[in-house]
Design a protein around this ligand. Structure first.
Ligand SMILES: Nc1ncnc2c1ncn2[C@@H]1O[C@H](COP(=O)(O)OP(=O)(O)OP(=O)(O)O)[C@@H](O)[C@H]1O
Length: 253
């Protein structure tokens, strides 16, 4: 059984086909990357995997449970860190965790002890009673991660978790994900940052125009190059011609 299995996913937005017959199998216990250029369909795919957006065609199972048509049961096994976490920013970090736990019908005693653990590990103890509105971006990402793992999900899905984060915040989140995986969890995340995928992931899928262009281990896909070089080759990067933007040179007239 796969942690996540998607078959034939399709999603249209008006005239735009964002996802076009996408298949994905994420092995249990893996660190799985979803890479792709801007507009490739990563966020749309993730939203269908986690039960936020109904596919027009195809199916998704998480931990063997069908996500559609009713995602309620599958959502209990999932944690999601969206690219822009939806948080109630008038609440403090601790209140946000307590609220999220109650929404998940968790025991208040368990909520409190896990919240304290998470705030400590994510270096948010001193900010526990401050309003989220006053958090930095890195702190907001960390509290978003805490909310996503509070109920101890089997599968954790993150959309661009490292976007705009400094190296310290990146390190904290990476370590937390490593620990979650070591405890038996499966991590699926999207990223444009190839060196993060290269460093963390066992396998990855490269998505382009709503389809999987390539899938395999990092070593297989890199094929002896850096993953970044392999990615650019695969999705067709553009290079500047010799005389493009020649006026940018400070010595030109
Ligand atoms: N709600 C929407 N309405 C209309 N079009 C949409 C909507 N959401 C996404 N799209 C379109 O679907 C395509 C895929 O978008 P998506 O956000 O899934 O890509 P992405 O790979 O996550 O991009 P990025 O890396 O830039 O975040 C794009 O062409 C986008 O403009």
């Amino acid at each position: 059984m796969s942690a996540v299995a998607a078959r034939g996913l399709v999603k249209d937005f008006g005239g735009t086909r964002a996802v076009d017959g996408l298949d994905l199998r994420v092995p249990v216990g893996s660190f799985y990357g979803i890479a792709g250029p801007n507009g490739a369909g990563k966020t749309t795919t993730i939203r269908m995997l986690v039960g936020l957006l109904a596919p027009d065609e195809g199916s998704v199972e998480v931990d063997g449970i069908p996500v559609w048509p009713d995602p309620t049961e599958a959502k209990g096994r999932l944690g999601l860190v969206p690219d822009h976490p939806v948080l109630f920013d008038r609440l403090s970090g601790l209140e946000m965790l307590e609220f999220a736990g109650l929404l998940r019908r968790m025991d208040p005693v368990v909520i409190r002890s896990r919240s304290r653990d998470l705030l400590r590990v994510l270096d948010l103890e001193d900010a526990a009673d401050r309003r989220i509105a006053d958090y930095s971006l890195g702190m907001t990402k960390r509290i978003g991660l805490a909310v996503a793992v509070l109920h101890s999900p089997r599968v954790l899905v993150l959309d661009e978790p490292f976007g705009a984060l400094d190296p310290v915040n990146t390190q904290v989140i990476e370590e937390m994900l490593q620990r979650y995986r070591a405890g038996g969890g499966t991590v699926v995340f999207s990223s444009h940052v190839m060196d993060v995928i290269e460093r963390l992931c066992d396998r990855l899928a490269v998505i382009e125009s709503g389809r999987v262009r390539a899938e395999g281990t990092v070593r297989e896909l890199a094929g002896g190059r850096t993953l970044q070089e392999a990615f650019v080759d695969l999705v067709g990067g553009r290079t500047l011609a010799e005389d493009d933007l020649s006026w940018l040179s400070s010595s030109s007239d």
